[in-house]
Unconditional design. Sequence first.
Lengths: 113, 114
Amino acid sequence: DQQVKQNSPSLSVQEGRISILNCDYTNSMFDYFLWYKKYPAEGPTFLISISSIKDKNEDGRFTVFLNKSAKHLSLHIVPSQPGDSAVYFCAASADHNTDKLIFGTGTRLQVFP
Amino acid sequence: SAVISQKPSRDICQRGTSLTIQCQVDSQVTMMFWYRQQPGQSLTLIATANQGSEATYESGFVIDKFPISRPNLTFSTLTVSNMSPEDSSIYLCSVGPSSGNTIYFGEGSWLTVV
């Protein structure tokens, strides 16, 4: 049972445009969400997070939106840059005391010139 | 952020052998975790490494196959025992404070079993 889903395995965006990566979850107990970026042969790098008490969090070019009623979150990257090309994972946590993360399957973003 | 070092970064292993992966953190951390990412798959939590006690394993993972040590607050090891080609994966150590703060990952250890 995949509790965190990223239904788009890949996304291709032109440089300068907006990239929107989506993530859906099924467990209503999740209360903390994170996005990670991963390059091949490297560990995931933390990008941005959001608590369930918020519906938006912004950090530079990255904004995460959370829609609790729809159990959906999205990551917006504006403007997209070629260096953003990587695999993006969303992750969720249901217990702040353990920080145990459940990951989605990832979306491969390619930003072309 | 914590600096996390993993060894080895990459190895090719013979079927039936065991390999121990080390994870060293540059500061004391409460929680340490081991994840696996099989080719083309997402990251899956193997276990939580508890300091001074046995690790807590997730469903589908057992101590005999993935023994874990956590002798102190900055170090942990994961052993992949009696390896088969299905164990070919990236194994990742991660650390995090409690209360939902950011969780950081090491660079990963890429194991290929032949």
